[in-house]
Design a protein around this ligand. Structure first.
Ligand code: RIB
Length: 300
């Protein structure tokens, strides 16, 4: 029975600095607060879907270090199956996040163990993929492994959601194999080679991406909402107006929410509507995985 979500992707140890503004070159800027949390786009998306109550499996790599222990404990605490997360010699990946007072974030990642994921890791997950309804991928593991995973998941009959983030060139053949592609406004601008800053530009852009890729698509616009293209029809979904504390992982919360809702038989557009509730809760708290809501919190 295909009743699982499998996330193939990154796990990062995040250091989040709360700062009033970005430092100038040569300046030492005191941060108001530092928080350490479990992150990585892959693990975040897995944790959000799992916190909502669906069976989620993670495929990826962490180092044999304390950060690796921490990430595996966090994922397990939230119910994510980590049997397919391999411990390797490279240090665990990291996220270094400057979080500004208005909720905006400036982030860097250290790839580390995420770039040790191999084709063999994907092959070892073959039986799991046969029972998987939805495979979720991002762009924080090597591109060739992502392509291999997309091809394999497609062959094995899984539905594929690609969060094409961070933005990078992807061969068209692989994009076409996906069912749903999710990007934020910055990534959409990269793929479209044109600015996407508001609803109007996102509507225009999503139509041309849907035509080029032949997939369903979502462009998220942060607090301005999201635009969904499903089966060629385009819908704008406003976001919920909340007091944002810190937005790290908001996009991942959105994608985990989509995964949960799709697994429960909802259309992509309805799934995105549900997902906006998830990310609205996530931005009201500090950090990525800990701030993501359980199902009852979303409903409330
Ligand atoms: O999307 C947020 C995530 O991106 C962070 O947790 C960071 O680790 C990077 O992967």
């Amino acid at each position: 029975m295909r009743d699982k979500i499998t996330v193939i992707g990154s796990l990062n140890y995040d250091i989040v600095l709360k700062i009033p503004r970005l430092p100038e070159c040569g300046e030492t800027l005191p941060a108001d607060e530092a928080a350490f949390s479990a992150g990585g786009k892959g693990a975040n998306q897995a944790v959000q879907a799992s916190k909502l109550g669906v069976p989620v499996y993670m495929v990826g790599c962490v180092g044999r270090d304390a950060h690796g222990d921490y990430l595996l404990e966090a994922a397990q605490k939230y119910g994510v199956n980590i049997e397919h997360v391999r411990r390797c010699e490279e240090p665990t990946g990291m996220g270094l996040i400057n979080a500004m007072e208005d909720g905006s974030v400036f982030a860097c990642i250290v790839r580390g163990a995420n770039f040790a994921v191999t084709k063999e890791d994907i092959d070892r997950a073959e039986e799991l993929l046969k029972e998987t309804y939805l495979v979720i991928l991002q762009m924080e593991i090597p591109q060739e492994i992502n392509e291999y995973a997309i091809e394999k998941a497609k062959k094995l009959g899984c539905k594929i959601l690609l969060n094409a983030a961070p933005a990078a060139e992807i061969p068209l053949d692989y994009l076409k194999m996906c069912d749903i592609i999710v990007v934020n406004e910055v990534e959409a601008s990269f793929y479209l080679k044109a600015d996407v800053k508001n609803e109007e530009e996102a509507r225009k852009g999503i139509v041309s991406l849907a035509k080029a890729y032949g997939t369903d698509l979502v462009i998220t616009l942060g607090k301005a909402g999201a635009v969904v293209s499903e089966g060629g029809s385009v819908t704008f979904l406003p976001s919920h107006q909340v007091e944002a504390i810190e937005t790290t992982g908001a996009g991942d919360s959105f994608i985990g929410g989509i995964g949960y809702a799709l697994l429960n038989g909802q259309s992509l557009t309805n799934a995105c509507e549900f997902a906006t509730c998830c990310s609205a809760v996530t931005v009201c708290r500090l950090g990525a995985q800990d701030s993501m809501p359980f199902l009852d919190e979303v409903k409330r």
